[in-house]
Structures are given as C-alpha cells and as structure tokens.
Design a binder for this molecule. Structure first.
Ligand code: NDP
Ligand code: 13P
Ligand code: ZN
Length: 346
C-alpha cells in the first residue's frame, strides 16, 4: 500500500494572519491551540497570529530554537502537558519541521504558516531534524493546512527568496540521483513525483528574471513551486524527488562549517557541483542562480573553501542508505577539489 497524505487547504494571499481562525473553524480543529515560533518570527507574525486566535481559541505560544530532536521533545512535552488539540508553526523551515514531527508523534494536526519562501518543507510530509550527528529525514505528517501570507513572506530579506530557488533547482540533480538509485539499487521510483518535482525546477529557470524583482508576483511563483515540491515528496513517500547528493553536501556543511549559510543557498551551490558530476549542463544551474542573485561559490556563501572540499568528501557518509552520484565510497579530496574548481565554486 502506498499512503499519500496531503494538506486539506492551501491559502495563498495577503493579510492572512487573522484568517487562521476561519481555517481552523472550517477544518473543525479543537479548542486548544499551541503556536510555535522562533525568536524572530514571533515578532514578525507569530505574536499577531496568537492574538488573533485568542479571540476564539485557548492559545499558548512556544519559542523554538532550531530543528533538533531536543526541541521536538520539548514541544511534545508542552502538547501533552497542556493537552493541546492542534499546533500552528509560524516560521522558517526549522520551526515547521519541529511542528511536523511533534504533530506526528503527538497525533494532533498542525497548520504551516511560513514566514519565508526559502525551503520546500512548507507543505511536505517529511521533517529534517538533527538528532545525533547530521540531520536526518524523518517521515512525519504534512500540515492539515498551509496559510502562506504574501505580505509576511515579502518582509523577509530577498536572500530567502533566492534560497527558495536554490531548493527548487536542486530537484534537477535530486531526480538524477533517484533514477540512478532506481537503476543500480532497485529503489522505488515514481515517475509522476519525479516529473512534478522537475516542473518546479524548470519553472524557476524560466522565471528567474521575474523572481529577481522580489515583488509580490515573485513571492507567489516561488511559494507555489515550493508547495508543489512538497506534494511531489508526499507522492513519493520520501524526500527523494527533492533531495540528492547536493542535499547531503549541504547537511555536511551544516555539520562542519562554523557559520553555515541558508539551506537553499547551500543546496543551490551543491547542485552546480553535482550537475557537473552527473555530466549535466551545470552552467545552466549556475546561470539561473546568478540571475536570481543566489550564491554560486564559497565566497558568496561566506564559507571557507576548505569546508566545501571537506563537505564534498564526507557527504556520502551522511545518509549511507541514500544512494547518489557520490556512490558508496564518495569523492577523494582530489576529485572534490577538481569538481569545485572547474565549476568555479572555489
Ligand atoms: N522537511 C522538508 O521537506 C524540508 C526541510 N528543510 C529544512 O528547513 C530548514 C531551512 O529553513 P530556512 O527557512 O532556510 O531556515 P530557518 O528556519 O532555520 O530560519 C533561518 C533564520 O531566518 C529567520 N527568519 C524566518 N522568517 C524570517 C523573516 N520573515 N524575516 C527575517 N528572518 C526570518 C529565522 O528566525 P527564528 O530565529 O525566529 O527562527 C532564523 O533565524 C533546514 O533545517 C532544512 O533542513 C528544507 C527543505 C525541505
Ligand atoms: O530539504 C529537503 C528537500 O528540499 C528535505 O530533504 P532531506 O532532509 O531528506 O535532505
Ligand atoms: Zn531542501
């Protein structure tokens, strides 16, 4: 049996901070709601969402400090202790992932209220959580509803929107890796999920100049593409259509770099290198990232080239069960350096 879980409602529009009440009512959510936010997203939209809900629901807020198992467990304790009926995550990918996994473990629904369009976890059913070592992809639940307020997302620095493009263009190499794993390891492959995922990547290549304007239309395009990636992952039953070797590289950087860049920025640069290794048109990836103003090299990521090389050599060890172009043995230091130099990453 193949179970595909999808959000019941997706709202994309302006001034939706008060609209959550109506969504909750339509879906028939219970009386007690817990609002999750980060230190920054509390001020950006979290507090206001909480206040709006308090007219109709019993509400409490919880500040989350990153996508770790510790924070998932802390959220679980809060849900169980306070007997909350549902959650709403107001934040970036980290806050949404904590809500996703806590919601799954506690058996209560959650609403995704993204404050940035920087990642494709907005509507997906899998959570990327750091437990011991690097982040792992854990099966969870998709949000019962997505409320994407363009006004809120527009307040985020442009850099976040460009990161969203990086997370979508990575689907090009993720799908190639998935096909490789299907052929070599007999791994389950869904042609539909793969094509849906590639559609978002092609959309950003085609619309790079519109996205670069950073206006409302740009935000709408990126958000729709990111939601669609989440649906592709739900259809696949894993993050395979949107996460390959370029993601392993980014997870490796998160684990070793003193100051990692945004997830979408790192996977974008990873896509340039993995496209080169796959023998794909890597220049087209770099060109698109340049056109949207996303980083294309170590300097722009603010990461020392030494960490780039190290991340490339250890990426295959991050999730050994996820077969990619890096193979079982990964890249030698020489191969890593050569690939990074040829593609202009270092
Ligand atoms: N499950 C999935 O399918 C996927 C999961 N991911 C995961 O998502 C995470 C990356 O998400 P990302 O959003 O890039 O990063 P984060 O959620 O880690 O957020 C980065 C920073 O941006 C801040 N921020 C959020 N919204 C705004 C805003 N509107 N204006 C200014 N600052 C803001 C956050 O504030 P604060 O401190 O308040 O949180 C935080 O300090 C990674 O952990 C990645 O693994 C990525 C793709 C898919
Ligand atoms: O970031 C993701 C997809 O864009 C999530 O995938 P992983 O956590 O499996 O790498
Ligand atoms: Zn990603």
């Amino acid at each position: 049996m193949h179970l595909m879980q999808l959000p019941r409602e997706v709202l994309l529009g302006e001034n939706l901070k008060g609209e959550v009440v109506n969504v909750a009512k339509r879906i028939g959510l219970g009386r007690k709601a817990l609002v999750l936010y980060g230190k920054h997203t509390k001020k950006i939209a979290g507090r206001e969402v909480e206040e709006n809900l308090s007219g109709e629901y019993e509400v409490d807020g919880l500040t989350v400090k990153g996508a770790t198992m510790e924070e998932v467990n802390r959220t679980l304790d809060e849900i169980r202790g306070g007997e909350f009926d549902w959650l709403i995550a107001v934040g970036g990918g980290s806050i949404i992932d904590v809500a996703k996994l806590a919601s799954f473990k506690a058996g209560v629904p959650f609403i995704s209220f993204p404050t940035t369009a920087s990642h494709d976890g907005i509507a997906s059913a899998n959570a990327s959580i750091k437990d011991i070592g690097a982040k792992t992809s854990v099966k969870a639940v998709p949000p019962i509803a997505v409320v994407a307020d363009v006004e809120v997302i527009k307040t985020a620095p442009y850099r976040y929107l460009a990161a969203g493009v990086g997370d979508m263009i990575s689907n090009l190499t993720a799908v190639k890796d998935w096909q490789l794993a299907h052929r070599i390891k007999g791994e389950y492959y869904s042609e539909y999920a793969a094509l849906l995922s590639l559609m978002s990547a092609k959309m950003v290549i085609k619309n790079a100049d519109i996205i670069r304007l950073g206006n409302e239309e740009s935000v709408r395009k990126v958000v729709k593409g990111l939601i669609s990636c989440g649906v592709a992952m739900s259809i696949a039953g894993s993050s395979r259509p949107a996460s390959g070797a370029e993601h392993l590289f980014s997870h490796a950087l998160d684990a070793i770099a003193p100051k990692p860049a945004l997830h979408g920025e790192q996977v974008g640069v990873g896509t340039i290198i993995m496209a080169y290794l796959h023998g794909m048109k890597w220049e087209r990836v770099r060109e698109t990232l340049k056109r949207v103003g996303a980083p294309t090299n170590a300097y722009e990521l603010g990461i020392d080239p030494e960490y780039i090389i190290e991340a490339l050599t250890i990426a295959h060890t991050i999730r050994p069960e996820r077969y990619t172009i890096l193979g079982k043995d990964g890249l030698t230091r020489e191969a890593a350096e050569k690939a990074a130099k040829i593609t202009g990453v270092i």
